[in-house]
Design a protein around this ligand. Structure first.
Ligand code: ATP
Ligand SMILES: O=C(O)[C@@H](O)C(=O)CO
Length: 413
């Protein structure tokens, strides 16, 4: 096993590939690992390993346990520094897992501090005066307030974290970041409670570069993926092995996020063959399987879209919501498994939870980043448990341009 420079723990699957894509862009050879069981992963030629968990909405004790298990695995693999990746919109429930997991990682590593940097300006997420913005809106006024699993109704990152963490939460303003590495370093050093979580403002990639340099000796950093862009590495990402750039193409979208709904609308407008899942129907899986079979017979090479939601009205807020969400995830994951078995070789999956279900169902253990498609979204290549090569683009709900479902394929060829 080689020595790792970065050991990263991500709280969802799209977040893991988002971070991996930015680490690869910054020059680190990066792999996403989908679990760390007893067996070792082959890490030859890898500088940065990102462990993809599905802990964002898990019960707190489970999230802490899995994150510490991942950390210990990374320690055994020789990681020199650690990165806890959560969502750039700080997605967490009121029982939030970001604070408790950060506390546990700080404790375990005996880290005197960890910066908290959700900012990812390339996707419009910035932190100013301690408040998180999505574009020109406060987080609490953005579409994130309607998220089906983690509705965000508070924008002050300090308040969000303080409600979750047992550590003192401090804050360093943009003024200090704008002052450059030395000014920021002394502002950070001036906060002496130990250990501590320090929210740091950042509104541009230059700010992220300054923060990354100011914390270059910290064993643990935390944030969205943006901070990784400020961490220059030694090399470049790999290119796709043969076998995954041709074959059938599929998009599954379990995401209900506004950007995903726009992407669905755009794909439908271009005439892409599409199926809207209706989980309340008897034998929905069978109906969808027959439709897909017909589509393949008609035009084997055209990408097809299977989606769950194109309007917030679809979601409902009744007691059966969580059961429907889980049933949709299962159905979409099963569709991907059977389509890959039937020759599909590239798949876009929209939605973090949905991506987790799909990757787990395929039995994928490692994804290697190939190329970035859009800020926060990359193509990665992997092998399924049954040995099929597949290219996957795991897209966070709100990432990618409106034409993502029709244009993302170009980056593969
Ligand atoms: N019509 C629906 N009824 C109930 N649940 C739904 C419906 N459509 C989608 N869902 C569920 O909503 C959840 C969406 O979460 P997911 O993480 O996949 O997407 P997202 O939140 O947009 O993405 P991200 O976390 O990357 O921002 C999934 O569990 C999905 O099954
Ligand atoms: O940081 C982000 O916004 C994404 O990587 C993500 O985690 C959304 O699920």
């Amino acid at each position: 096993m080689t020595t790792l420079h970065w050991g990263c723990v991500a709280d969802d699957f799209t977040g893991a590939t988002d971070l991996a894509g930015n680490l690869a862009t910054a020059g680190w050879r990066t792999a996403v690992l989908t679990g760390v069981s007893a067996e070792d992963h082959a890490l030859t030629g890898i500088d940065a390993a990102v462990i993809a968990l599905k802990t964002r909405t898990a019960p707190r004790a489970e999230a802490i346990g899995e994150s510490l298990h991942a950390l210990r695995w990374l320690q055994r693999a020789g990681a020199q520094r650690y990165y806890f990746k959560y969502c750039s919109t700080f997605d967490s429930t009121s029982e939030g897992n970001i604070g408790p997991v950060l506390d546990a990682l700080i404790d375990d590593l005996s880290a005197p501090r960890a910066v908290v940097v959700p900012s990812f300006p390339d996707t419009g997420r910035t932190v100013y005066q301690g408040h998180l913005f999505v574009g020109d809106q406060l987080l609490s006024a953005s579409p994130m307030r309607h998220h089906p699993l983690t509705p965000m109704t508070e924008s002050d990152v300090r308040a969000l974290l303080a409600a979750q963490s047992r550590l003192p939460v401090s804050w360093v303003s943009h003024e200090a970041v704008r002052g450059g590495v030395e000014v920021l370093s002394s502002a950070l050093a001036g906060i002496t409670t130990s250990p501590r979580a320090i929210v740091v403002d950042a509104i541009s990639n230059d700010d992220l570069g300054v923060i990354a340099r100011a914390v270059r000796d910290d064993v643990l950093v935390s944030g969205g993926s943006g901070l990784a862009l400020g961490l220059p590495g030694p090399g470049t990402a790999t290119s796709p092995p043969p076998g995954v750039t041709s074959g059938r193409r599929l998009i599954v979208c379990g995401s209900a996020s506004q950007r995903s709904r726009e992407q669905i609308r755009h794909a439908l407008d271009t005439g892409m063959p599409a199926w809207k899942v209706d989980i309340r129907q008897d034998d929905e899986a069978g109906r969808l399987r027959r439709w897909l079979g017909q589509r393949r017979a008609d035009d084997p090479d055209a990408p097809v879209l299977v989606y769950a939601t194109d309007s917030l009205d679809d979601l409902g807020d009744d007691d059966a919501h969580a059961a429907r969400a889980a049933a949709i995830e299962r159905l979409l994951a099963n569709v991907v498994v059977s389509e890959v078995a039937a020759g599909t070789r590239s798949v876009i999956v929209a939605g973090g939870e949905t991506s987790g279900s799909v990757v787990q169902a395929l039995g994928i253990r490692q994804l290697r980043i190939v190329t970035q498609i859009a800020p926060g979204v990359s193509w990665a290549v992997a092998e399924t448990a049954s040995g099929e090569p597949v290219a996957l683009a795991l897209k966070s709900g709100n990432f990618g341009g409106t034409d993502f479902f029709t244009s993302a394929w170009e980056a593969l060829s």
